[in-house]
Write a protein that binds this ligand. Sequence first.
Ligand code: THU
Length: 130
Amino acid sequence: MRGLAELARLAREARERAHAPYSGFKVGAALRAKTGEIVLGCNIENASYGLTLCAERVAVFKAVSEGFREFDAIAVCADAPHLTPPCGPCRQILWEFCGDIPVRMVDLKGHARTMRLSKLLPFPFDDRHL
Ligand code: THU
């Protein structure tokens, strides 16, 4: 099974396919299914700004629509002065399908940090509360 370093490399490749003409902020994501398959995502912006999709959610929705349901890691790659964590809504979507996975954040300069999703989203709302 491919490790976090390979996931980060794939997230970097996915980032190149981002459609981000409005923000200029390109993001890539690589999501690993428990079966070992890796599904990629990039942010996709729109002239109607609010329709923008984040790289992480694109990866999750692609993967779920392809039949994958369980995941054990994600890498996110951006190029900014500080490492880019998933936004709040993406944390919630990741929690739904991934639970407490490691989130590897990387940039183009080689900076990297891994945090568990439960650190990024403490006290999450999920099906246990319904
Ligand atoms: N974005 C992502 O794709 N993922 C993140 O983790 C943070 C933000 C995108 C959304 C938008 O296209 C651009 O980055 C600037 O917010």
